[in-house]
Design a protein around this ligand. Structure first.
Ligand SMILES: Cc1cc2nc3c(=O)[nH]c(=O)nc-3n(C[C@H](O)[C@H](O)[C@H](O)COP(=O)(O)OP(=O)(O)OC[C@H]3O[C@@H](n4cnc5c(N)ncnc54)[C@H](O)[C@@H]3O)c2cc1C
Length: 315
């Protein structure tokens, strides 16, 4: 196995995919099926955020849900069975020379390719709440559409102060019978109309200037500990939806190679081509907030189709 890895690091590749999460695996599978020599380079094979999700509750084809780790293992296996190779390394930069791309790596091994697909995701920048990371996908979520059904006719908590948090609190009232909205500020950072809708909703109980101290649970969330009005209070809930982390696409290593939008998100056209020739991008690296794994994977397929067209066009 190491021998194959060594060899694949020194070959000239048709495509190098940076990142082996759902977006990168889907792009690799599409391109390897078209018989392009495809390499996935991932800094840490457990680096995908998907791997930390205890449960992925909305991925087409898995009605009983599946753990993030198992879903990722299957995606990587599918890419390998299609003919793609996977190596553990981090890409530190890319430069154009003679119509090809030269990639530098953390290990020092240079890589050479015609096409690059960037699928590096959006790493989280701020610290987790106590209990949050352990219970991700086990009652802790950041997506009301994916995980709202799990709190049907039960109590849920939302933590955040932004417009997005307010929209998600309202969306959760379609499922939960009571939504405890913990707002770590004296007011919502949302327009008046939205703030009023939250305030007036019968199923939402808003706690202003409050902080969430802890998410409690063993196998699944069962309550939260909140500091409100100077007192700690334990509130039973079946799910906690967090909107307090700042996310930033992992695109720092691209420097001036491709055009970036706000907060480091990669700018792409409708076919997911970036501003640089032969460089495509997909998944959470395209936006400053986490999407659903199925969206990242779909974008990976689209990037793969576009990259195939590019590779198939005579230079
Ligand atoms: C905080 C948070 C909470 C979430 N909660 C949920 C949830 O509850 N339910 C749900 O369904 N989805 C959730 N998601 C969304 C889901 O995890 C993502 O949408 C999905 O994993 C994105 O796929 P991706 O392939 O774009 O990126 P990722 O899965 O993040 O994969 C990116 C990969 O790129 C690699 N990488 C990064 N930089 C480099 C580099 N320079 N060189 C080499 N490799 C590199 C990383 O190691 C990683 O493996 C959450 C995401 C986050 C961030």
């Amino acid at each position: 196995m190491p021998l194959l890895k060594e060899r694949s690091m020194h070959q000239q590749h048709d495509v190098i995919i940076i990142g082996g999460g759902p977006a990168g695996c889907a792009a690799a599978t599409s391109l390897a099926r078209y018989r392009w020599n495809t390499l996935i380079v991932d800094r840490s094979m457990a680096g995908s955020f998907l791997a930390s999700l205890g449960n992925v509750s909305f991925f087409p084809g898995f009605p009983e849900s599946i753990s993030g780790q198992e879903l990722l293992r299957r995606m990587r296996r599918q890419a390998e069975l299609s003919g793609a190779h996977l190596v553990s390394d981090a890409i530190t930069g890319l430069a154009r020379a003679d119509g090809r791309w030269q990639l530098t790596t953390e290990s020092g091994k240079p890589l050479d390719t015609r096409v690059v697909v960037i699928a590096t995701g959006a790493g989280t920048r701020t610290n987790y709440l106590q209990g949050e990371r352990e219970l991700l996908g086990r009652g802790v979520s950041s997506d009301a559409m994916a995980d709202g059904p799990a709190v049907l006719k039960r109590a849920a908590a939302v933590i955040g102060k932004t417009r997005h948090a307010a929209e998600e609190a309202l969306a959760l009232t379609r499922f939960a019978e009571h939504v405890h909205f913990i707002i770590p500020s004296s007011k919502l950072e949302a327009d008046e109309h939205l703030a009023e809708a939250v305030q007036k909703h019968r199923a939402i109980e808003a706690y202003y200037s409050a902080s969430l101290k802890k998410i409690n649970g063993d196998d699944h969330v069962h309550s939260i500990t909140v500091l409100t009005g100077g007192h700690e209070k334990e509130i039973p809930v079946a799910g906690v939806f967090t909107y307090i982390h700042e996310h930033r696409p992992s695109t720092g290593f691209l420097e001036k190679t491709v055009e970036l939008a706000h907060a480091g998100a990669i700018k792409v056209d409708r076919g997911l081509a970036t501003s640089a020739p032969g460089v495509f991008a997909c998944g959470d690296a395209l936006c400053g907030k986490p999407q659903l794994p199925v969206i990242a994977a779909s974008q990976g397929v689209l990037a793969g189709i576009s990259a195939d067209k590019y590779l198939s066009t005579p230079a």
